[in-house]
Design a binder for this molecule. Structure first.
Ligand code: FAD
Length: 810
C-alpha cells in the first residue's frame, strides 16, 4: 500500500505509539509526526507502581522505546516535550508548544490521531493540592513519589481509592515497610468486581497488614508539622503522605475545544472505525467513549489492551483497510499481594443495572490436580443469561492459574459462547497444570445443571429471609467435624454420607436449602433429595463463600523474621487445619505433637487469624521449637520441631510472671488491674493482661473508627462504652457521675488516671492481649483497639498463666 499523506499523532504512549508503528508498517511513504507533551514515549505505565515498590529495579526498564530508537525502526518523527495546544480543523493544522524553548508553531496534517489518555482526578480545594498528596500517571510522577520516599523516609501512608492503581500502590508501599491505609468510598474495592468476590480481596489486603477503610471517603486534608490529617466520613486518621487514586478523567479538552463531539463525561465520541465527528481526525485510547461489548451501552473503560488495539484500528482505516472496534469487554487482571484477581465481561451489579436478565454461579476449583502437590483453590463467579445460557461475565480470585482461566473465559465470551459450550471445551491437562475437568469445564457443568433444571440454587444474600421462614429446612451436609468448626446460623447437620439413611428425619412438606463447603456435596445432596420427592436448593459457593463474606475479619499475620526461617528444613508431618477456628488448630497440633518423635518437624497450615501469636506461647511452654511462620497464598504456615516436653525433662520456664485476665469493663476494676500490673512490671516481673468480653472495652479507642460491621455488631458497638474514658463504675455509677467523681478524686490525690496507667504499663513492657474469640463475638475489630495491643487466643493466655506464679481473674 502506498500512502503519501502526512499523519500527525498526539500522545506517544499506548494508543499513539501503536498507531504510529502500524501506520509505518502499512504505509512506507507516509510522513508520520508524533508529538508527546512529556519527556518519554512508549513507557510502561502499568509497571510504574512496581518501580516505586522496588520490584522493577531500574528506571530504564520503564522506558520501552526512545525517540531515537523509534525513528530508526519506524522512521517516525517523534518530538517529545512538544504539546499540541489547539487544532485548526479548517486549515488542517495543529498548534504546538515546544516546552523546551517556549516557542509555538503550526504543523499541518492530512490525518490526525488523538491519543491523549486520561488524567488522575484531583478534587479542588480541601487540602487535596498538598504536595504530600501524590497522583500517579506517568514516569515523572513515579520518580517524584520514589524521591519523596527516599528523602523523607515516611512511616505511614494513606491510599485514597481502592481501584487497580490504588491497590497496586498500597501493596508496593507496604513492601517498602510503610504502614499503609486504604480509604475506599464504596463497600468494596475494585469497582468492576461484585461485593461477594471482592470480600476475598479484602481479606488478602488485611492479612498482609494493610488497613482497609470501606464505605468511607476523605473529606478534607490538613497539614501540620510535616504530617497530614485526613478527615474521613467517620473519624480522622494521620499519615506522612497520600497517594490519590480515585479514578481518571478522559483528556478530551483539546478535542472539545476544536469542536469535536465529546460526551457529558468528556470522552471523545468515535465511530467503530475510531473516527471522530471530523472524518480526518481519529481518536483512540483512554480519551474515547467506548461501546460496552456485553451490554451495548456507551461507557469509559480505560485499559491498555483496548488503547493498543484502537491505535492499530485507526491506522488500518487511515490506510484503507476497513477495521472495526467491536467494543470493550473489560478484561483486566491484577496482583493483590499473593492473590490474583481477574475479571472479564460484565459484573452482576452492572448487568442488573443494564436491565439484563441474569443468574450467577460460584464454583471453587483446584488450580491443578488435587493429588499433585501445590494445588490451591480459585473462586470463579460467572454471570450468565438464564434464557440462552450465554456468558456475560466472570470474576476470578485465587493464588494460581487464575490468569489462564480468565483468558479462556474472555475468549469464549468474545465468541458468544454459552454454559453448554464451556462444558464441551477440550483444554490441556496434565497434573501439574490442571485437572481432567478444568475449572472452566466445571463452570460449564454447573451452569448446564442450572439451565437444565437439574439443580436449583440459592445465594448467600437470600439467607436472612430464609431464616425467618418457618416453611424451610436449612441443611448442612458436611461432616460433623466440619459443621462443629463453623456453620451458618440456623442450619442443621446431616452429613452427606448419612443422608440416605436419615432422610426420614427431614420434613418433605418444607422446602429444603442445602449447603456444604463449596457446593459440590450440596449438589449431590440436592439430587438425592429431589429424587426422593423434596423441593431442594443448593447454596451456590457453599459455606466457604458465605464465610469469606461474613466470617470474622482477617487479622494481619505476624511473619517470622528471615533469621527465624531455617532453610532446607522439610517437615516430616503436615497438618492441614485450614477452616478451623481457635482453639481447633492448636488442639490439632498438640495431638500430632503427642504422637511425633522428638526432633521431628511438623508443618501446620491454618487460616485462623490468632494462630501465630498462640503458637509462640504454646512452643515456649511446651518445650517445642518454633522454626518459622510464613504467609503463603492466604494461609499461615508454621513449622515446629518437637522438643523433649518440659514435663519429661523437669525443665520449667521461669515462673515469676504475673497474669491478669480482665473480664470486667468497669472503671474501678480496670484501675485496680493496671495499678497491680504496673507495680509488678516495676518489680521486673513479666506481666501479661488478657482482655476478654467486657474487658475489651477498656482497650477501645475513644474516637469512632470507621470499620465494616454487620447490623448486630453495630448495635453492640453503640451500646458498649468506647474506651477507658467512658467506663462505668461497678457500684454507685449514678449515670456516669460516679466515674467522674472517682476520676476527680484520683486527680486531686495525684493518682495516675486509667489512661496514664495504661500508657505506663505499655511503656514498661506489659503485654496487652485482646481475646480474638471475644472480639469476634462482640463485633469489635482490631482497628478499634488502641495501639500496641496483641490479638491472642486461649492458648496464648494459658501459656502466660503457666509462666506466672500468680493469675488474677478480674
Ligand atoms: P496514555 O498511555 O496515557 O498516553 C497519553 C499520552 O498523551 C501521555 O503521555 C500524555 O503526556 C500525552 N498527551 C496528552 N495530551 C497531549 C497533548 N496535548 N500534546 C502532546 N501530548 C499529549 N492498563 C491495563 O490494561 N493494565 C494495567 O495493569 C494497567 N496499569 C496501569 C498502571 C498505572 C499506574 C497507570 C497510570 C495506568 C495503568 N493502566 C493499565 C492503564 C493504561 O496505562 C492506559 O489505559 C493506557 O496507557 C492508555 O493509553 P493512551 O494512549 O490512551 O494514553
Amino acid at each position: 500500500m502506498s500512502l503519501h499523506q502526512k499523519i500527525v499523532i498526539v500522545g506517544g504512549v499506548a494508543g499513539g505509539a501503536s498507531a504510529a508503528a502500524r501506520l509505518r508498517r502499512l504505509a512506507e511513504n507516509a510522513v508520520i509526526v508524533l508529538f508527546e507533551r512529556g519527556e518519554y514515549i512508549s513507557y510502561a505505565n502499568c509497571g510504574l507502581p512496581y518501580y516505586i515498590g522496588g520490584e522493577i529495579a531500574e528506571k530504564s526498564d520503564l522506558i520501552l522505546q526512545t525517540p531515537e530508537a523509534f525513528y530508526e525502526r519506524y522512521h517516525v518523527d517523534v518530538r517529545v516535550l512538544h504539546e499540541v495546544t489547539a487544532i485548526n480543523r479548517t486549515a488542517k493544522t495543529v498548534s504546538v508548544l515546544n516546552r523546551t524553548t517556549g516557542e509555538t508553531f503550526f504543523e499541518s496534517y492530512d490525518k490526525l490521531i488523538l491519543s491523549p489518555g486520561a488524567e488522575p482526578i484531583r478534587p479542588e480545594g480541601n487540602g487535596f493540592q498538598s504536595d504530600r498528596v501524590f497522583t500517579l500517571r506517568n514516569v515523572p510522577d513515579t520518580f517524584r513519589i520514589r524521591e519523596f520516599i527516599d528523602r523523607s523516609k515516611p512511616k505511614t501512608a494513606v491510599v485514597i481509592g481502592g481501584g487497580y492503581i490504588g491497590l497496586e500502590m498500597a501493596e508496593n508501599l507496604h513492601r517498602l515497610g510503610i504502614d499503609t491505609t486504604i480509604v475506599q468510598r464504596s463497600e468494596h474495592v475494585l469497582p468492576p468486581l461484585d461485593f461477594d468476590i471482592a470480600c476475598q480481596v479484602h481479606r488478602e489486603i488485611e492479612r498482609h497488614g494493610v488497613r482497609l477503610l470501606l464505605n468511607n471517603d476523605v473529606r478534607n486534608i490538613s497539614e501540620r508539622d510535616g504530617r497530614l490529617r485526613f478527615e474521613l466520613k467517620d473519624g480522622t486518621i494521620d499519615a506522612d503522605f497520600a497517594v490519590l487514586s480515585i479514578g481518571v478523567k478522559p483528556d478530551g479538552d483539546l478535542a472539545s475545544k476544536a469542536g469535536l463531539r465529546v460526551n457529558s463525561r468528556g470522552c471523545i465520541v468515535v465511530s467503530d472505525q475510531m473516527r471522530t465527528s471530523d472524518s480526518d481526525i481519529y481518536a483512540v485510547g483512554d480519551a474515547v467513549e467506548i461501546t460496552d461489548f456485553i451490554a451495548g451501552g456507551k461507557g469509559f473503560i480505560p485499559l491498555a489492551g483496548p488503547a493498543n488495539r484502537q491505535g492499530r484500528i485507526a491506522a488500518d482505516n487511515i490506510c484503507g483497510i476497513t477495521s472495526k472496534y467491536e467494543g470493550t469487554q473489560g478484561s483486566a487482571i491484577l496482583r493483590v499481594f499473593d492473590l490474583t484477581v481477574a475479571t472479564t465481561g460484565i459484573s452482576e451489579a452492572a448487568a442488573r443495572k443494564a436491565g439484563l436478565d441474569c443468574e450467577k454461579s460460584f464454583t471453587w476449583s483446584a488450580s491443578h490436580a488435587g493429588y499433585y502437590p501445590g494445588a490451591v483453590d480459585m473462586a470463579i463467579k460467572t454471570v450468565f443469561q438464564m434464557k440462552t445460557g450465554k456468558l456475560l461475565g466472570a470474576q476470578l480470585v485465587g493464588y494460581e492459574g487464575v490468569d489462564k482461566r480468565c483468558d479462556v473465559i474472555a475468549t469464549a465470551i468474545r465468541c458468544g459462547m454459552t454454559g453448554h459450550d464451556f462444558a464441551k471445551l477440550e483444554l490441556c491437562y496434565a497434573p501439574p497444570y490442571s485437572s481432567a475437568k478444568d475449572p472452566v469445564n466445571m463452570v460449564g457443568f454447573v451452569i448446564e445443571n442450572i439451565l437444565t433444571g437439574l439443580v436449583k440454587i440459592f445465594h448467600w444474600h437470600e439467607l436472612d429471609e430464609l431464616r425467618k421462614n418457618a416453611n424451610v429446612t436449612l441443611l448442612d451436609v458436611r461432616t460433623k467435624h466440619e459443621f462443629d468448626s463453623g456453620h451458618i446460623d440456623g442450619f442443621i447437620n446431616v452429613p452427606l454420607d448419612d443422608l440416605r439413611s436419615r432422610i426420614g428425619e427431614l420434613d418433605k412438606s418444607k422446602r429444603i436449602y442445602v449447603t456444604c463447603q463449596v457446593g459440590v456435596r450440596g449438589y449431590a445432596a440436592a439430587r438425592i433429595l429431589t429424587q426422593n420427592g423434596f423441593d431442594a436448593y443448593n447454596l451456590s459457593g457453599g459455606y466457604r463463600l458465605y464465610h469469606s463474606i461474613f466470617g470474622p475479619k482477617t487479622v494481619a499475620v505476624k511473619k517470622s523474621t528471615p533469621q527465624m526461617e531455617k532453610p532446607g528444613e522439610t517437615a516430616a508431618l503436615k497438618i492441614n487445619a485450614c477452616g478451623l477456628q481457635c482453639p481447633g488448630p492448636i488442639m490439632k497440633l498438640s495431638t500430632t505433637l503427642a504422637s511425633a518423635k522428638v526432633g521431628e518437624t511438623i508443618e501446620i497450615s491454618t487460616t485462623d487469624p490468632a494462630f501465630g501469636s498462640d503458637l509462640e506461647g504454646f512452643c515456649r511452654r511446651t518445650g517445642h521449637e518454633l522454626l518459622g511462620v510464613k504467609l503463603e497464598r492466604g494461609v499461615t504456615i508454621a513449622t515446629i520441631r518437637k522438643g523433649v516436653p518440659h514435663a519429661e525433662t523437669g525443665v520449667t520456664a521461669e515462673k515469676t510472671g504475673k497474669n491478669f485476665i480482665v473480664f470486667s469493663g468497669d472503671l474501678d476494676k480496670a484501675i485496680a488491674a493496671f495499678i497491680m500490673a504496673n507495680a509488678a512490671a516495676a518489680l521486673g516481673r513479666k506481666v501479661s493482661i488478657f482482655f476478654t468480653f467486657w474487658g475489651l472495652n477498656i482497650l477501645r479507642r475513644p474516637e469512632h473508627i470507621p470499620v465494616e460491621k454487620d447490623f448486630l455488631s453495630k448495635v453492640f458497638g453503640w451500646m458498649m462504652p468506647r474506651g477507658s474514658l467512658r467506663l462505668p463504675l461497678s457500684k454507685m455509677n449514678m449515670g456516669g457521675f460516679g466515674s467522674e467523681m472517682v476520676r476527680s478524686i484520683m486527680k486531686r490525690k495525684n493518682i495516675a488516671s486509667l489512661e496514664d496507667l495504661i500508657r505506663s504499663a505499655q511503656a514498661q513492657g506489659v503485654e496487652l492481649v485482646a481475646c480474638s474469640m471475644s472480639m469476634d463475638v462482640m463485633g469489635i475489630k482490631p482497628e478499634e483497639l488502641i495501639d500496641g495491643v496483641k490479638l491472642g487466643g486461649a492458648a496464648a493466655m494459658i501459656a502466660h498463666a503457666e509462666e506466672s506464679d500468680m493469675s488474677l481473674f478480674i
